[in-house]
Design a protein around this ligand. Structure first.
Ligand SMILES: C[S@@+](CC[C@H](N)C(=O)[O-])C[C@H]1O[C@@H](n2cnc3c(N)ncnc32)[C@H](O)[C@@H]1O
Length: 209
């Protein structure tokens, strides 16, 4: 499925992107929060590649950026060039979260920002996340902004959706959907953070890294 013309600006990671100020702060927050800056990092539903690009600038992660949409991957590669991120810093993979073409227990840090509302099937998606996560690994999956921004900055950035789009994009975080999904997927070690900065599922896999 091609990216609709009216959504293409979201895939161009220029200084005018509406979240341009957020991605570098989110990348810095993640590196500090998990005290990780090397190993394998997977960005699920990378879109423009913005988060991967910012992580590539400030860490030594081997980054895998996965997206279901080949056109998004093409645009993300162009964004890497624009940001001076060398082609060998991020490995782009076409695929869906529900069936990732990645080996078991091969990823130290899994990130996914803004992709979960679009997933077709959340139970196999979370099963896959746990499958590819290495022992001692961490995952942070959800939607939101960086805690290094003020809530006032977040409010300015927050998309203004029509009621039907809002219903569609937020159904995954309503009621017991996440808890039921995580239970069905057999995810045990998790924490759901839901506040003004966003909604995130944080998963830890026991074991030594
Ligand atoms: C709103 S964009 C978010 C992009 C980026 N992570 C960000 O924060 O700017 C959602 C992305 O998720 C991708 N996506 C949607 N469903 C997917 C799935 N089942 N598996 C992998 N990627 C998916 C879309 O192609 C799109 O690029």
């Amino acid at each position: 499925m091609a990216i609709p013309e009216k959504e293409k600006d979201f895939y161009k990671y220029t200084k005018d992107h509406r979240f341009a100020a957020m991605y570098p702060l989110l990348a810095k927050e993640i590196v500090n929060k998990y005290k990780m800056n090397k190993g394998v990092c997977l960005d699920i539903g990378t879109g423009s590649g913005a988060l991967s690009i910012e992580l590539a600038k400030l860490s030594d992660f081997e980054i895998i950026a996965l997206d279901s949409e080949p056109e998004a991957i093409d645009m993300a590669r162009e964004n890497c060039t624009m940001h001076g991120v060398k082609a060998d810093r991020i490995r782009f993979v076409e695929g869906v979260v529900e069936e990732m073409p990645l080996p078991d227990e091969s990823v130290d840090l899994i990130l996914s920002r803004g992709s979960i509302p679009f997933w077709k099937n959340h139970v196999p998606a979370f099963r896959e996340i746990v499958r590819v996560l290495a022992p001692g690994g961490e995952a942070m999956v959800g939607c939101g902004f960086s805690r290094y921004q003020t809530l006032e900055e977040v409010e300015v950035m927050r998309p203004k959706w029509s009621p039907d789009v809002k219903d569609e994009r937020t159904s995954w975080k309503k009621g017991g959907f996440l808890v039921d999904t995580l239970r069905a997927a057999g995810v045990k070690e998790y924490n759901i953070v839901d506040d003004g900065y966003g909604t995130w599922v944080e998963i830890h896999k026991s074991g030594e890294r």
